[in-house]
Design a protein around this ligand. Structure first.
Ligand SMILES: NC(=O)c1ccc[n+]([C@@H]2O[C@H](COP(=O)([O-])OP(=O)(O)OC[C@H]3O[C@@H](n4cnc5c(N)ncnc54)[C@H](OP(=O)(O)O)[C@@H]3O)[C@@H](O)[C@H]2O)c1
Length: 264
């Protein structure tokens, strides 16, 4: 990625060790952005740090569980102490659990929401007040098309992503006029470790994480409120859902859009 208005800025990316998060780290450091890398496991973060070491933007590894507010605050402090501030914060940490709503363990739903919903809240509560003080900031949330129109076996995941997207949409409005802008990206199934074992029909092939990363960074550069990736497929499904929910349900069943695991 060439130089742009983010060059020289300081960023934090959660979920940095994984598919979409790590692609954003590569793009941002290539553009000369300093990036603090957050995820629970240190080793993949160190590996990414080594991989990006030739890029103009430096990296700093700050492992934390985003559902643990104190741990995340410590990671934010380490990054802020190192660079004197944080201008860009992107929430990409997430996990995916799957199962029929009536048969699933409520504790697993809570775990999912702690990472997706609380993870975003913790991050933004830690970084946004200083951005407002400085009059400039860019926030990014990697939500999911599931947040806009969910499919069977993804109740815990979709509800967590919807809560996260709802929080993001409200925060964006609350930040109006502060100089801090928030972009939410809604990707469809993406080819990362999260979905390795999930089979999907040809009609809704997994997209590349690099593409989602590019859409996020472009969206933040252009102060877009939200982007759905890819452009057409999910919009057709969301449109069908709005026009006639039974049409959407039929399309989901007919094309097996909820995907399947080997043993399902
Ligand atoms: N893959 C898809 O089909 C898809 C589609 C739409 C949206 N998304 C969203 O995209 C985001 C990134 O997912 P991905 O596809 O890139 O999956 P991924 O490769 O599995 O990456 C997930 C990242 O989140 C981190 N993470 C998970 N729980 C965490 C926690 N409690 N605290 C801190 N970090 C945590 C993981 O690292 P550690 O395990 O080391 O913590 C990893 O870095 C997620 O929010 C996901 O919901 C994914």
């Amino acid at each position: 990625m060439s130089k742009h208005q983010f060059t020289g800025k300081r960023a934090i990316v959660t979920g940095a060790s994984g598919g979409i998060g790590s692609c954003m780290v590569r793009d941002l450091t290539a553009a000369g952005v300093s990036v603090g890398l957050v995820a629970r496991r240190r080793d993949p973060l160190e590996e990414l740090r080594r991989e990006c070491s030739a890029n103009p933007g430096p990296t700093l590894v700050a492992p934390a569980d985003v559902s643990d507010r104190d741990a995340l605050n410590n990671a934010v402090k380490a990054i802020r102490d190192a660079w004197g501030g944080i201008d860009i914060a992107i929430a990409s940490a997430g996990t995916y659990i799957r199962g029929l709503a009536l048969e699933s363990d409520p504790a697993q739903h809570l775990d999912q929401w702690r990472t997706s919903y609380l993870g975003v809240l913790h991050l933004f509560q830690a970084v946004v007040p200083n951005m407002i003080e400085g009059g400039w900031g860019r926030l990014g949330v990697v939500s999911s098309v599931d947040a806009l129109s969910g499919v069977p076996k993804e109740s815990a995941y979709a509800a967590g992503k919807a809560a996260e997207a709802s929080l993001a949409g409200i925060l964006r409005q609350e930040l109006h006029g502060t100089g801090v802008h928030l972009t939410t990206v809604f990707p469809s199934r993406t080819d990362t470790a999260m979905t390795t074992s999930l089979q999907v029909p040809g009609i809704s092939r997994k997209i590349e994480p690099e593409r989602v990363a590019r859409v996020m960074i472009r969206g933040m550069l252009n102060k877009r409120a939200r982007s759905i990736v890819p452009f057409i497929g999910p919009r057709l499904l969301i449109g069908a859902d709005i026009a006639n929910t039974y049409l959407k349900d039929t399309l989901v069943r007919r094309f097996r859009l909820s995907g399947w695991l080997e043993d399902e």
